[in-house]
Design a protein around this ligand. Structure first.
Ligand SMILES: C[S@@+](CC[C@H](N)C(=O)[O-])C[C@H]1O[C@@H](n2cnc3c(N)ncnc32)[C@H](O)[C@@H]1O
Length: 159
């Protein structure tokens, strides 16, 4: 399986970079994982609703440009479906069984994902009703993808 993680903005914090690098290294045993960062749209702190939509749209266009038409897209969204780790593992297993070998997980920027990205998404995944910073979300996501492969292989992993 070829997994792409597309996120907005450059990862800056060293501790997050190290954590993500560790899980990406562990994942090499299970899948090809590509990490793509698209540029965030520079904008002032205070924006009107309309301006916020414009920022998300521009970031969304950059995200969609990185995703091929045959890719199954899972958008990370607070209002998405809540799943257990086992359910996510099952989803990835089913995608592989049904020949969906390209899967992209998409993480929005500080304002979230555009309507077009959410429309393109085949599934929307929520990690809770809480809002996480997108950079921390990426670390949690790579750990859960790693956990999913361990579950699918029936390999032991601390609970
Ligand atoms: C800082 S959050 C954006 C917050 C924005 N107000 C919103 O409602 O989307 C940045 C990105 O991290 C991801 N994210 C943050 N919390 C999440 C959660 N609980 N579940 C799934 N994705 C989350 C989403 O992709 C989101 O677009």
């Amino acid at each position: 399986m070829h997994i792409t993680i597309v996120s907005v903005g450059k990862l800056k914090e060293k501790y997050l970079k190290q954590g993500i690098a560790e899980y990406l290294k562990r994942l090499t045993a299970y899948a090809k994982v590509e990490v793509i960062e698209v540029a965030d749209e520079k904008a002032p702190e205070i924006l009107s609703e309309n301006e916020m939509e414009q920022v998300k749209d521009k970031e969304g266009e950059r995200i969609l440009a990185k995703i091929s038409p045959d890719t199954y897209v899972i958008a990370l969204a607070i209002e998405g479906k809540l799943k257990s780790s086992e359910e996510l593992a099952k989803d990835l297993d089913n995608l592989a069984i049904y020949g969906k070998s390209k899967v992209a997980f998409v993480i929005g920027g500080s304002l979230g994902l555009s309507t077009n990205v959410l429309k393109r998404a085949n599934d929307k995944l929520s990690f809770s009703k809480m809002t996480f910073p997108h950079q921390l979300m990426k670390l949690v996501l790579v750990e859960q993808i790693y956990r999913a492969f361990r579950i699918n292989r029936g390999e032991p992993y601390h609970k």
